[in-house]
Write a protein that binds this ligand. Structure first.
Ligand code: MG
Ligand code: MG
Length: 248
């Protein structure tokens, strides 16, 4: 069942989203060659707690980070640790915060120093795919219009869309109904309604769409070891159109 949030609930989610966005901002300011993913994680946790919120991922099914940090061919769910970021890497940082019982969820892929033209293009296209998906988060659209828009942007650029991991409804739980795939047939799926809140999160691969999991039980990588990028926002659907909650 897709829950409808009240205006008061969306206000609280806007605060959760603001804090999530702030955490990603301070992490982005810290990303540079030589920093470890664990240091980025500490920066995010400190920021979230300083705002009166709690990290959403820490302890989730036993996850040990405040962030997911996924480098280069890592798609999602990378565990922060001793890995040192290198010039030319890209790092996908996924972050969630809980404020007054409500969740915010957002992700950004950051360049580490100077990156290749291909890496830059992958990040630009993934961000544009997210924007195209957000534009469909309106009461006159159906759910798979969102993924269809994402897929069109990604595939027109010659990239591919991860199938196994998807966006989701969000509210008092991090993952609520519905699942929000980054692919699909336009004009199909449940009717979108004002008060629904969705996390839209394209994971776009430079090469083929297949992925596999590593032995750590979390990290997902591209099967062909080519780069992957990930951008995400939490969006409330309103009568006036999409309202992005994960901004400062
Ligand atoms: Mg996320
Ligand atoms: Mg998410």
């Amino acid at each position: 069942m897709i829950l409808i949030k009240s205006a008061a609930e969306i206000e609280l989610m806007r605060e959760a989203g603001r804090i999530t966005a702030g955490a990603l901002r301070v992490v982005g300011e810290a990303v540079r060659p030589g920093i470890t993913t664990k240091e980025l994680d500490r920066i995010a946790e400190e920021y979230i707690r300083s705002q009166g919120a709690e990290p959403a991922f820490l302890g989730y099914y036993g996850f040990t980070g405040t962030l997911c940090t996924s480098v280069n061919e890592q798609v999602v769910h990378g565990i922060p640790g001793r890995r040192v970021l290198q010039e030319g890497d890209i790092v996908s940082v996924d972050c969630g915060a809980i404020y007054e019982g409500y969740y915010g969820d957002s992700a950004v892929t950051f360049p580490v120093g100077e990156v290749s033209q291909e890496a830059r293009r992958l990040m630009d296209v993934t961000r544009a795919a997210l924007e195209a998906g957000i534009a469909k988060c309106r009461p006159d659209m159906r759910l798979y219009d969102v993924g269809h828009a994402v897929q069109q942007v990604a595939e027109a650029a010659g990239f591919s869309v991860v199938r196994e991991y998807v966006g989701h409804g969000i509210g008092r739980d991090m993952h609520e109904d519905p699942q929000v795939p980054n692919f699909g047939k336009a004009g199909t799926g449940p009717q979108l309604k004002a008060g629904m809140v969705l996390a839209v999160e394209p994971m776009i691969n430079a090469g083929r769409h297949e992925v596999r999991g590593l032995d750590d039980g979390w990290t997902v990588v591209t099967a062909d070891s080519k780069l992957s990028a990930h951008f995400e926002h939490t969006i409330a659907i309103t009568a006036d159109g999409p309202l992005v909650l994960t901004v400062e």
